[in-house]
Design a protein around this ligand. Structure first.
Ligand code: NDP
Length: 481
């Protein structure tokens, strides 16, 4: 996999250039541990240059474009993403270890975000407000200005799509700091955006370490909105930095999302969702449905079905496109292995086999089903971010709600039941930003507002809702007598 651009460069003001220090960081293939490229180690000076370029774009060509013209550029970008789909998917697969078909899904999602926000760009309207005689009052939706985007490594293309897509549609100029483990598709996206006609400085991409380049971006007073997806610990730092300059933030911080399976559920339909929600992207998914709550009378049946399905999963290097690939890094594997070490032998209900011929330097973890576990055990409370599902029995509806809502998180939840009344009651009572009934995730759904409550974060991305987050509302009251 050789990118068509030079990944050692940063993209600022519509130009490829070396970072100020000239230093680089390695890009390793998680399937093998081999170094496959190098990226720039951007720092504070590069973030400064990117913010300057973004401000110039707003004052220049980009700021002068109509909403319809911004939308047209996003449409062209969506087409280019699809045209380069195979290259982008292969790039992502070798960069983050995602099985190829999952990377292809991410390409389609990225294109869909460009289309959705391209179409929405000229449909975000203000209101007229009935007010006192002699006044005309209306509201305007205006861009924040320069927006900062800090992206994790698990779904780079999807998160770039939802965050940059909405920010550009509404006329902001973006500075993007991708995760050091996942910069290639972010750089590719910047190149495609330029090809689509995006004016210089409207999108700037600066790879680099979070503690250096990311921190410089969050502490820059000229950045007027921050969008962050990642861990609770780093999200907290981002929010504290934003508070310094009274800047709004959107935080999406993961979860420990429950899937609640009642005895009357269609288990044949549910099973593939229950398994896939835990192993998709090797479990490195903020919305992973990784806590399976099952009504006691069907616990043993579901445990046996899940154990059987998990035992049959195939783990292989990501380009082989098996069910599960490696984790993104040796560090992430260390985190997940640390969690698994907390499980007693009687709590491991099933594990997929790890083939003997897996490359030695790869970050492979066997998909695992954990059971016989109390709802307050760390394995049932913490975001593991690996291919690990926990199975917890419950007695009745009340018990299901109590256990479901009994973590610090609240991102996504699902209810599996044939009872319509129960579906509606649970949809109201589960503390989560999204609740799915008899499905999980709705295949990503770019149209569906997404975000959490509790320590899963705040603010909403995706759907039309994101357009409100990336704009500020101005009220105009004209007195004309
Ligand atoms: P982080 O939250 O640290 O990283 C997410 C992004 O934040 C990366 O771009 C990172 O840059 C950047 N960053 C790191 N430190 C700072 C900082 N001080 N200021 C600004 N930006 C910063 O997550 P990790 O990659 O360390 O993963 C650790 C755990 O976080 C995982 O095990 C998982 O539980 C959770 N996580 C959750 C995600 C989600 O989707 N909700 C996504 C990723 C992780 P860089 O990586 O280059 O240092």
């Amino acid at each position: 996999m050789t990118p068509w651009f030079d990944p050692k460069l940063i993209f600022v003001g519509g130009q490829w250039r070396p970072c100020a220090s000239g230093e680089t960081l390695p890009v390793t293939d998680p399937s093998t541990g081999a170094e496959i490229a190098r990226i720039a180690k951007g720092g504070a000076a590069d973030i400064d240059a990117a913010v300057c370029a973004a401000e110039e774009a707003l004052a220049g060509e980009w700021g002068a474009l109509s909403a319809a013209e911004r939308g047209r550029i996003l449409f062209r970008l969506g087409h280019l993403v699809l045209e380069h789909g195979d290259a982008l998917a292969e790039m992502e697969t070798t960069d983050v270890g995602k099985p190829l078909k999952q990377a292809k899904n991410d390409v389609v999602a990225l294109a869909r975000y460009c289309e959705f926000y391209g179409g929405a760009a000229d449909k975000l309207m203000g209101q007229t407000i009935p007010f006192s005689e002699g006044f005309t009052v209306y509201t305007l939706r205006e861009p924040h200005g320069v927006t900062g985007h800090i992206i994790p490594w698990n779904y780079p293309m999807q998160i770039i799509g939802r965050s940059i897509g909405a920010a550009l549609a509404t006329g902001n100029a973006c500075v993007l700091k991708p995760a050091e483990e996942a910069c290639l598709t972010a750089l590719a996206f910047a190149d495609l955006a330029a090809q689509a006609g995006l004016p210089a400085g409207a999108l700037n991409v600066v790879p680099g370490l979070g503690a250096v380049a990311g921190a410089a971006l969050t502490s820059d007073a000229r950045v007027r909105h921050l969008s962050f997806t990642g861990s609770v610990a780093t999200g907290r730092r981002v929010q504290i930095a934003a508070a310094e300059h009274i800047v709004p933030v959107t935080l999406e911080l993961g979860g420990k999302s429950p899937q609640v399976v009642f005895a009357d559920a269609d288990l044949d339909k549910a099973l593939p969702f229950l398994v896939n929600a835990g192993i998709q992207n090797a479990g490195q998914t903020c919305s992973a449905g990784s806590r399976i709550l099952v009504q006691r009378e069907i616990h043993d049946d579901l445990a046996a079905r899940m154990a059987d399905a998990i035992g049959k999963l195939r783990v292989a290097p990501a380009m082989e496109d098996a069910d599960v690939g490696p984790l993104v890094s040796a560090r992430q594997k260390g985190i997940v292995d640390g969690f698994l070490a907390q499980a007693g032998a009687d709590q491991v209900l099933a594990q997929a086999p790890l083939p003997d011929d897996l490359p030695e330097g790869g970050n492979y973890v066997a998909p695992t089903l954990i059971g016989n576990i109390a709802p307050d055990h760390p394995l049932a409370q913490e975001e593991i971010f690996g291919p690990v599902q926990v199975l917890i029995p419950f007695e009745d509806e009340e018990d299901a709600v109590r256990i479901s809502n009994g973590t610090k998180y609240g991102l996504v939840a699902s209810v599996w039941s044939a009872d319509g009344g129960r579906q509606m009651r649970l949809a109201k009572r589960l503390q989560a930003g999204q609740v799915f009934v008899n499905n999980y995730g709705a295949a990503g759904g770019v149209e569906l507002p997404f975000g959490g409550v509790g320590q899963s974060g705040h603010g909403r991305e995706k759907g039309f809702e994101a357009l409100y987050a990336f704009t500020t509302l101005k009220t105009v009251a004209a007195h004309h007598g």
